[in-house]
Design a protein around this ligand. Structure first.
Ligand code: GDG
Length: 549
């Protein structure tokens, strides 16, 4: 297995290296995201700034990609340590490296109030909730005066980011490629384009789902039109799946006055500028992950975790996040124990949960619901010697990787998820020919459905049956599926994610008048239908008109 992955990883790396050598020596690359690749924490005792890897899937993936390119990375100061660093450095940068990753890191430092509005009122509760279909539409959202005030801060933080980037664009007078990331920075491309005109090629990669127009319609026109028109001033918009790219085209067609959508070319033209909507399913650094999985630290965790495994072991690994559907996963497990008593005493469910956004009320409630649900199942089925669910709460990436090596079944059942890197990491490092039970709401299902057991995320019975099927599967079928998954991930690793983006950029630079030729595939998959129907029915149930302010 390991030899195979390394061969792929070297081949992909070679393709990426050659395009990087062609495109980047005379060009500057700027990455901008809300969270930087590292966070600084002020150590009161030693009066030092300690650096820690930033958390979350975006940082994992984008850091891995920037290993190959040494970019300038501009991020928003997230911690007191980041702020201190930004105020102490005499130059604008902190030079930073970890192994072969090197960045020049620059922070923007909004005021606390501005940051709270931008991050804590608009980015997370409003946009994240919208794009994960998480609103309880008859009750939320309520776009109030406070929301409108917070929206101004969202715009001003985006303007600060655009200013820092345009500063960088002007600094060296080199050709520049700007790669923006995610929903925190939706207004940035529009402001940046106004400042720099055609002086840089701008891409924006959206890590999370893009719903259809029905759901976006819940946001006031003044907000949504500003978001869509800003994104239309990019040269390329990257999405995780073909479904999300198609949804973007449909959204512009329905909700953006003046937009001309060309479905065949997968592009939108607004005010004379054309943006291409492209699909770049994000992935993992297979080589680096395997190295980590073989490290002593992970081996020690593996040894300790083996003692927690059962005859059968189900694993899940998630941020504590309602869209990850953790409670329903436990319900499905409870159903399994109810319907198939032969598993009692023999199967263990190990859940690794990383607390997240605890300042948001829904997240605090959700972690409580998780505790109650796991506690209930343990109370109901424990027999003194055996406890069905074990929770591991806290940040520990090496331990998470060790758990991925040990599972018989990995449960990845988000309601909706941009991609889900855990599914790809599990497929890569598992040592057990483990089976992945994968929600069709995860972006990863578009690529991995053939090797996984695909479930509908709200279907408790269906998920319980899939767990049963996975646990009972013959060794031969497990091997075939595991091998298929491993190869699929290795063939499209993080190097290829970046390669495909640079390849499209190369094409645009070579001939700006020509659109890259691949249109987004047809909207025919069951996933499309299920999600669009869900969006439509939620919108109908809410009565859109009564909610739009
Ligand atoms: C967003 C999108 C998209 C696990 N335990 C720890 C830890 N992990 C790692 C996982 C994985 C990453 O964190 C989580 O990535 P996901 O993709 O599952 O989820 P999000 O954080 O929601 O990421 C998602 C992703 O962006 C990339 O585009 O796939 O759809 O929502 O690598 O193994 N990391 C740390 N400590 C842990 O204990 N630091």
């Amino acid at each position: 297995m390991i030899g195979y992955n390394h061969a792929h990883s070297q081949e992909n790396r070679a393709r990426l290296d050659s395009i990087v050598e062609e495109l980047l020596p005379d060009r500057k690359l700027i990455i901008a995201s809300n969270r930087g690749p590292i966070e600084y924490h002020w150590n009161e005792e030693n009066s030092t700034l300690d650096a820690r890897r930033g958390s979350g899937g975006v940082v994992t993936a984008v850091s891995a990609a920037s290993r190959f390119t040494n970019p300038v990375w501009i991020a928003c100061a997230m911690t007191e340590g980041d702020r201190r660093l930004a105020s102490q450095t005499h130059s604008d940068y902190a030079d930073w490296s970890l192994g072969d990753q090197r960045y020049r890191l620059r922070f923007i430092t909004p005021s606390k109030q501005e940051f709270n509005d931008y991050y804590g009122a608009i980015s997370n509760p409003l946009l994240w909730f919208l794009q994960h279909y998480m609103w309880d539409a008859p009750r939320t959202p309520n776009i109030t005066r406070e929301t409108r005030k917070a929206w101004l801060s969202y715009a001003s933080v985006n303007a600060r980011m655009a200013e820092a980037i345009s500063d960088e664009v002007d600094r060296d007078r080199q050709d520049t490629i700007v790669m923006l990331h995610d929903y925190h920075l939706y207004l940035c491309p529009g402001i940046l384009r106004e400042r720099i005109g055609g002086n840089a090629l701008i891409t924006h990669f959206i890590h999370i789902p893009w719903p259809g127009p029905g759901y976006w319609g819940l946001l006031p026109a003044e907000f949504r039109e500003r978001i869509f028109s800003s994104l239309c001033s990019c040269d390329v918009l990257g999405f995780q799946t073909a479904l999300y790219a198609r949804n973007f085209l449909a959204t512009c067609s329905e909700l953006l006055p003046g937009a001309r959508v060309d479905a065949a070319a997968s592009s939108v033209t607004l005010a004379g500028h054309t943006v291409r909507a492209r699909v770049y399913p994000i992935s993992i650094d297979v080589g680096a992950l395997i190295e980590l999985a073989e490290s002593i630290e992970v081996r020690e965790h593996r040894q300790r975790l083996r003692a927690r495994c059962g005859d059968y072991t189900i694993v899940r690994i998630d941020r504590v996040e309602p869209s990850k559907n953790i409670v329903r996963g436990f319900k499905a497990f409870e159903q399994l124990l109810e319907d198939y008593p032969e598993y009692r005493g023999r199967v263990k469910f190990l859940a690794f949960l990383v607390p997240s956004r605890l300042s948001v009320e829904e997240y605090k409630k959700y972690i409580e619901e998780i505790m109650v649900s796991a506690g209930w199942i343990n109370t109901r089925f424990s027999d003194g010697a055996w406890q069905p669910i074990e929770l591991f709460v806290g940040e520990n990436y090496p331990r998470a990787i060790a758990a991925m090596q040990l599972y018989d079944v990995l449960l990845v059942n988000p309601l909706i998820d941009g991609m889900n890197l855990v599914a790809k990491e599990g497929a890569t490092v598992n040592q057990n020919n483990g089976v992945i039970v994968l929600s069709e709401g995860a972006g990863a299902a578009e690529q991995l459905r053939e090797g996984a057991l695909v479930v509908s995320p709200a279907d408790v019975i269906g998920t319980a049956e899939a767990l049963h099927k996975a646990l009972e599967m013959s060794l031969e079928e497990r091997q075939l599926r595991a091998e298929w998954l491993r190869k699929s991930v290795a063939a499209e690793d993080i190097a290829m994610w970046l390669y495909h983006q640079l390849d499209d950029i190369r094409e645009i630079l070579a001939n700006p008048a020509t659109l890259p030729s691949e249109p987004v595939p047809d909207a025919t998959g069951p996933e499309t239908v299920a999600l669009e129907e869900k969006a439509a029915s939620q919108t109908q149930a809410a009565g859109t008109d009564t909610l739009v302010v």
